[in-house]
Design a protein around this ligand. Structure first.
Ligand SMILES: N#Cc1c(-c2ccc3ccn(Cc4ccncc4)c3c2)n[nH]c1N
Length: 242
């Protein structure tokens, strides 16, 4: 998977060189390139924003730097990329959407700031590539960079060969519609608190049953909205909602 990210704060994306995304890049599973939007603004002050038509507070990101940046990035890869624009008005990122992103060969991420990007950029981009507006959730951020970090990590960890132990992906939260079970490690007693004895029993069937029950109870307590469609309620089922 190739990811090109356009931002006025390229340093915000430095964390992609660390941990899992960094490992994926070293494994050749993920190629990440970051581009400074200001490199595509040609006035003396490298301006990328201006006042909104129709009035109102804040500034809007100018179309010309964005279009020049997108056209430049499009020359860097093979085939047709999908443009992902983080925004509070987008479809909300879910595990299912993360899988869709992981299936893409080439993603361009447009990190907006201020009050957003001139709408004509979305229109012009949609003439030459698929465009998806994606939101992290129903709260407001100041820009798209944090969202892109989350989207790339959520997708990259699903790439075949990315996670050393693919089995660890199976019973994670949201993978089948249930939240994950509680986990414990040494020591067996800590501050007078015991690890549940079943986990020390060596009985894999009982451990599996206990863990499934814990997932059901946790989901009912914290995310009852997930319970209605979870395939995990019918063992062996597949939940295509995620
Ligand atoms: N993904 C995502 C997001 C964002 C988000 C993303 C990109 C930009 C660019 C600019 N802004 C600021 C802004 C613009 C318009 N309305 C409100 C705030 C952004 C917010 N907020 N909340 C999310 N879940």
């Amino acid at each position: 998977m190739r990811c090109d990210i356009i931002s006025i704060f390229p340093e915000y994306l430095e964390p992609l060189k660390l941990s899992l995304p960094g490992q994926a890049q070293r494994k050749g599973l993920l190629d990440v390139a970051v581009h400074d939007l200001r490199d595509f603004s040609h006035d003396r002050h490298r301006t990328v924003d201006d006042t909104p038509y129709g009035g109102g507070a804040g500034m809007v990101m100018k179309p010309q730097p964005w279009w020049e940046a997108l056209e430049h990035v499009r020359t860097l890869g093979d085939g047709t990329p999908t443009l992902i624009v983080p925004g509070p008005g987008g479809e909300v990122l879910t595990q299912r959407l993360a899988r869709e992103l992981a299936d893409e060969d080439w993603l361009i991420f447009a990190c907006g700031r201020y009050e957003g990007i001139d709408e004509r950029v979305y229109e012009a981009a949609a003439d030459v590539m698929p465009v998806r507006v994606i939101s992290l959730g129903d709260y407001v951020l100041n820009g798209g960079e944090v969202a892109v970090l989350a989207m790339i990590e959520a997708a990259a960890r699903l790439l075949p060969g990315f996670m050393g132990n693919a089995e660890s992906l199976v019973e994670e939260s949201h993978e089948d519609g249930l939240l994950e079970y509680p986990v414990y490690t040494k020591p067996a007693t800590w501050q007078g608190r015991e690890v549940p004895p079943v986990l020390l029993s060596g009985d894999h069937g009982k451990v599996a049953a206990w863990r499934h029950q814990q997932r059901l109870e946790r989901t009912a307590a914290r995310r009852p909205d997930l319970l209605h469609a979870s395939s995990a309620l019918t063992p062996g089922g597949v939940d295509d909602r995620w």
